[in-house]
Design a protein around this ligand. Sequence first.
Ligand code: SD4
Length: 302
Amino acid sequence: MSWALIATWQMALKGAAVSKEILESHGSAADAAIEGVSVIEDEPSFHSVGYGGRPDREGHVTLDGGFMDGDTLHFGAVASVEGFRSPVRIAASLARREANNFLCAEGAERYALEHGFEQRDNLTEEALEIYRKEVDQRKKLSAYDGHDTVCFLTKDEKGSVCAAVSTSGLFMKDPGRIGDSPLCGSGYYADSEIGAAAATGLGEEIIKGSLSFAAVAYMEAGMDAQSAAEKALRSLEAKLIAKNGKAEAMSLIVLNKDGSCGVSTNVDFPFVYASDQNDQMLYLARSVDHKTVISPYEKDPA
Ligand code: SD4
């Protein structure tokens, strides 16, 4: 396949259309991943990313983002950033530095300000209302429905592979809490010689298995994308169940450098895949007896 993309959740459809257009018109994997994610960051009806993201326990919308260039292994990331339009763009800019690639909170905000990144109050009226309703009954930490990370993995016609992610993390999270999403190796990983992977779900579980790096390492050892995704996620799931009696929600997308994809999940997990040989489509991955079953997603892609 000359180009391909895979992205997490139904919300990715709108961004995937933009990403696809870039790849079809000979654009780079980096631009396709960053632009795809940033479309979702601007969309207030998606309550887990960028504008309209759900706030932390103290009412602040703090955002995490990451980017990795598989040609160089350079990565950039921001965590707990407040008041900026596009964490993924800040992350991609940090990936071009020699060092100081992962910045959090005030340091990341200072960098973003100094480098002219657009500011925005990401707390919408709707999110504020939901927050006010929940504020008295602090929720158990869980990656509940509708609070998901947008992850894009892209491969362009030159063979470059990139990963980009963005999230507001968990609703009602503790101030300063950072999940897997901005952590290179856990939330995302890309190596153009092999492929890429990215995760969504409860960050505290995903981090325990460095899930994205694990999937890429399995591909490097010779597995196809689907086997690598399944091996990485099921090994961690089995370990967590053996050690703790349960494994919380985790989903993993994988893109091989040949453009083929793989997905593994322990929940119901919609994702988008497209390539020069496959029309852009929404699929549903489900977990049946600890095995991932994938089918076209019938639900109206609103
Ligand atoms: C986090 N992994 O902050 C993110 C949240 C998520 O589905 O992806 N939820 O832990």
